[in-house]
Design a protein around this ligand. Structure first.
Ligand code: NAD
Length: 288
């Protein structure tokens, strides 16, 4: 088990992954290039931790039951805008923006900072792990750990070995996922991994049904809820995730597999062009 977890990128994903680590009793050092992201993230996590303390289903609810206990968790989580402070980490999870060159350069730099046997995991949604690992000096210790949004609520981590990843690295990633209260599922290094490949095939099909006028957007959502037992219809879910994020993920799987099923439908592209990105812009397939 790692003793000291490093997190790179303190945005939506990285900040909550860091919090999971601190809740699991690990010492955590989180790095972000932008000090304001660290500040915003910390105040968001302070509020979130209070809510999680009231959620009996949260894996560490009993460790964050009162203000004093929550303070211990927050104190275990150091934040920094100096990557070199991750030097003592034996496991680092990278959650920086989804830009291949940025991630490669961060992973390469990290490799020169942490010890040779530290594991470096990437939370990438769409970049091949082998491609990221190739930029580092020790690809055997690089692995994908794909968390889902929001990481404190979603129960899964896809664990993705690259072509050079050694077995003990995969085992360590799966063990850490469990330590963070998640179920690890081992997945091959393929575009979209498992969840996004299935989910986006369904979403693009739902959007095409709406384009063809087979049924309305609310009716397709209702049909999938009542007929397939989905907690939320595909359009409501797309609005929640962000239509720009969906478009980017579809494009990336489409390019990776050359499968027209994943080509972003025109209605999706149109919404993104119009700035209708879903809940975050108060309009997507629905108005908010
Ligand atoms: P985000 O934009 O919320 O956070 C990214 C953070 O990285 C920001 O705080 C930003 O300040 C910081 N950053 C920018 N440049 C940096 C640099 N050079 N070094 C270090 N930090 C830098 O993004 P996110 O949604 O948290 O996504 C992060 C990663 O997680 C991406 O690879 C994304 O594909 C993946 N992911 C996202 C989701 C999701 O639904 N948001 C789900 C699974 C995986």
């Amino acid at each position: 088990m790692p003793a000291h977890l490093g997190v790179v990128g303190f945005g939506a994903m990285g900040s909550e992954i860091a919090l999971l680590g601190a809740c699991a009793g690990l010492k955590v050092t989180a790095y972000d290039k932008f000090p304001e992201a660290l500040e915003t993230g910390r105040s968001r996590l302070t509020r979130l931790l209070k809510l999680l303390g009231r959620d009996a289903k949260f894996f560490a609810a009993d460790r964050i039951a009162d203000d004093a206990a929550r303070q211990v968790v927050l104190d275990a989580m150091q934040t920094t805008s100096d990557l070199a402070e991750l030097a003592g980490c034996d496991f680092v999870i990278e959650a920086a923006p989804e830009l291949p060159e940025l991630k490669q350069s961060l992973l390469k730099e990290l490799g020169g900072i942490v010890s040779d046997d530290a594991v470096i995991a990437s939370n990438t949604s769409s970049i091949a792990i082998s491609e990221l690992a190739a930029a580092t000096k020790n690809p055997a210790r690089v692995v994908g750990m794909h968390f889902f949004n929001p990481p404190t609520a979603m129960g899964l981590v896809e664990v993705i070995p690259g072509s050079a990843t050694e077995e003990p690295t995969v085992v360590a990633a799966a063990a850490l996922a469990q330590q963070l209260g998640k179920k690890p599922v081992r997945v091959k290094d393929t575009p979209g991994f498992v969840v996004n490949r299935v989910l986006l095939a369904m979403m693009t099909e739902a959007i095409r049904l709406a384009e063809e006028g087979v049924a309305s957007v609310p009716d397709i959502d209702e049909a999938m809820k009542l007929g397939a037992g989905f907690p939320m219809g595909p359009f409501k879910l797309a609005d929640l995730v962000g239509l720009d994020v969906i478009e980017h993920a579809c494009d990336s799987i489409y390019r990776g597999l050359n499968d027209p099923k994943f080509r972003p439908p025109e209605l999706l592209r149109q919404h993104v062009r119009d700035g209708h990105l879903g809940r975050k812009s108060r309009q997507g397939f629905y108005k908010y």
